[in-house]
Design a protein around this ligand. Structure first.
Ligand SMILES: [Zn+2]
Ligand SMILES: [Zn+2]
Length: 276
């Protein structure tokens, strides 16, 4: 009789139940106590020996290294230079020839409050799954490795910065989620954090809205926090995902009106222009 890693006797399904075909957990088979014992044992083994990756659900190869598997971290596709100086979107390489062309067409068309922006990668694939696990799955321990990646990809943005400011959630949303994912990421960055902003208006999720409505949705949504010491400082806004940049821009406007010298932005992921 084969032995399981816990020393339990296991029975090959077809040896004792030749009339059963297929997987015993699939519907359509008659119930037998052995089946339920086996699924129980599977569940116990899965929990004891193979916790799943928070992002892809496959068993973790190295559970002691955090809730994301090495495959998911390696599968992140970073946004690499040349990028738009202002929003961090990828640029065709020929644009870097001239300084005037260091901004994407969209950023050249508008007045920006943010001087520099960067993201780790596009909001797709495993980066999207990792952000989801942090934000909606409550896996806060993903914030630290994400911050390490962000510090690496956003080194230019963090250089000479005085303070990082997480984009706040409205208190009702923060209460429902239990934490602000942007603040979790910000506190692991190598620059001091300040809760300089608060969200005074609960807004619809930007991802539910067409691009044209996003600026209106977040207008007047932010105000200066009580502990905002940002006068004459170089501030880096931090958020998990940016799409059109409307939320970052509305936040930056408040900080600049309060006397910040410069506002930059770092986001974990950026929704690629073609998906907007
Ligand atoms: Zn994974
Ligand atoms: Zn741009």
């Amino acid at each position: 009789m084969p032995e399981s890693p816990l020393g339990l006797e296991t029975h090959p399904p077809h040896a004792q139940h030749p009339r059963h075909s297929g997987h015993p957990l699939h519907p359509g088979h008659s119930w037998h106590p052995w089946h339920s014992w086996h699924s129980f044992a599977d569940a116990v083994l899965a929990v004891l020996l193979a916790p799943a990756c928070a992002a892809c659900d496959h068993p973790l190869d190295e559970p002691t290294r955090g809730p994301g598997c090495s495959h998911c971290w390696a599968a992140i596709v970073p946004i690499t230079p040349p990028v738009c100086q202002a929003c961090g979107d990828p640029l065709p390489s020929w644009r870097t020839i001239s300084v005037e062309c260091s901004r994407c067409p969209r950023c050249r068309r508008r007045d920006l409050h943010i001087t520099q922006g960067r993201a780790i990668g596009a909001y797709e694939g495993s980066l999207r799954a990792i952000v989801h696990a942090l934000k909606y799955g409550g896996r806060r321990s993903l914030a630290k490795p994400l911050a390490a990646l962000l510090a690496q990809h956003g080194a230019d943005v963090l250089k000479d910065a005085d303070v990082v400011v997480p984009v706040p959630l409205h208190r009702s949303r923060k209460r429902a989620r239990g934490f602000n994912q942007a603040a979790e990421i910000a506190r692991h960055l190598p620059v001091p954090t300040a809760d300089a902003l608060r969200r005074v208006r609960s807004t619809r999720s930007q991802t539910d809205l067409p691009a044209a409505k996003r600026h209106a949705n977040v207008r007047n949504a932010f105000a200066l926090g009580r502990r905002a010491r940002i006068k004459d400082r170089v501030v880096v806004l931090v958020d998990d995902v940016s799409t059109t940049g409307a939320t970052l821009d509305a936040s930056a406007q408040v900080l600049l009106e309060a006397g910040a010298r410069e506002v930059r932005a770092l986001t974990v992921a950026r929704v690629a222009s073609r998906l907007r």
